[in-house]
Design a protein around this ligand. Structure first.
Ligand SMILES: [Zn+2]
Length: 327
């Protein structure tokens, strides 16, 4: 008998009574990473140590029961099912969950993942599984990211040029994940760096958890001149405190030729913490699933791509509830 997969504010697996990345409070949920669209105030969670710590910082709860699992360590979840967490390569501490059930076989859920090496996340694993639930944010052939080393060279060039012109380079990065990746990627540049306050707080937690960073300080309006500033895309208050800001958007969507976050920026760099289209295909090839459920972004066309390759695949998520389950 196959795994039964329900979608309502995240994935729910009724056969074992656990949810995966539920976005509303669940009794029991696996939390793949501490991005706000993957967590809620659950009663009981399974996650990695970094995710538990970051979740405490972003979504405090005194009552939450945490089951912290190290990567690669297998435990009994129910009498019939074991659980193992594997790195997802998306942000620091991000995990995939592998469930092995005596009746339903193996199920792997990726959460958000990046197959190519990240500057701040553990290398992505590709365990084999019969049933795969994967994110497909960039699931169209036009999303092919350039090598990250090339992007970083261009980013450093943008920062130096901006500083030489007497302006302040402002790198717009989400406070958790992208900011730490960019900060670490700039380590060899020797550029002086300031972080927006929330970014600074989350970076300090990552450092306490063992990730090392080049020297940086918290943003200070009085002394920011001559620094590269890393701040979240929606921090207009901070931008107003910078005399001559030149903003750069840092996102995989930079491959599209539309403005990002509703504003125009001086530059855009396609550094992503997700898998691009070739990586999504490569990942499926390595996991060797018998059936695939696609989630997020271009879930429908990517499922069609997999079906054309002879793999049973269908999209799941809010838009696809009416579609029939896989035979
Ligand atoms: Zn994420």
């Amino acid at each position: 008998m196959a795994w039964e997969i329900q979608f309502q504010h995240g994935i729910h697996l009724p056969q074992i009574g656990w949810s995966l990345d539920a976005t509303r409070r669940a009794e029991r949920a696996f939390v793949s990473h501490a991005h706000s669209d993957h967590m809620a105030r659950h009663a009981e969670v399974i996650c990695t140590r970094p995710t538990a710590r970051l979740m405490r910082a972003r979504l405090p709860s005194k009552k939450r029961v945490e089951h912290i699992l190290p990567f690669g360590h297998t435990e009994q979840l129910t009498p019939e099912c074991t659980v193992t967490l594997h790195p997802a390569g998306h942000i620091f501490g991000s995990a995939q969950i592998l469930l092995d059930h005596t009746t339903h076989g193996t199920l792997l859920y990726t959460g958000d993942f990046k197959l190519l090496p990240s500057h701040a996340a553990e290398p992505c694993a590709t365990p084999r599984a019969d049933t795969l639930i994967m994110e497909t944010t960039f699931g169209l052939p036009r999303y092919v990211f350039p090598p990250s080393a090339e992007i970083i060279v261009n980013l450093v060039h943008f920062c130096r040029e901006t500083l030489a012109a007497g302006a302040t380079p402002v790198l717009l990065c989400y406070s958790l994940g992208k900011s730490q990746e960019v900060l670490r990627a700039l380590a060899d540049s020797g550029l002086p760096i300031m972080l927006q306050s929330e970014t600074h707080r989350l970076t300090r937690i990552c450092a306490q958890l063992g990730l090392d960073f080049p020297p940086h300080t918290e943003f200070d309006a009085a002394t920011h001149a001559g620094h590269v500033v890393i701040c979240p895309p929606h921090a207009p208050g901070l931008l107003k405190r910078i005399a001559a800001p030149r903003t750069a958007s840092i996102t995989g969507w930079a491959l599209d030729s539309r403005p990002f976050h509703g504003q125009q920026h001086a530059a855009a760099f396609p550094l992503s913490d997700h898998a691009d289209y070739p990586s999504l295909l490569r990942y499926v090839e390595l996991v060797q699933p018998k059936r695939v459920y696609t989630l997020h972004g271009f879930a429908k066309p990517f499922a069609a791509t997999l079906r054309a390759l002879g793999i049973a695949a269908q999209p799941i998520g809010t838009d696809f509830q009416t579609e029939l389950p896989l035979a």
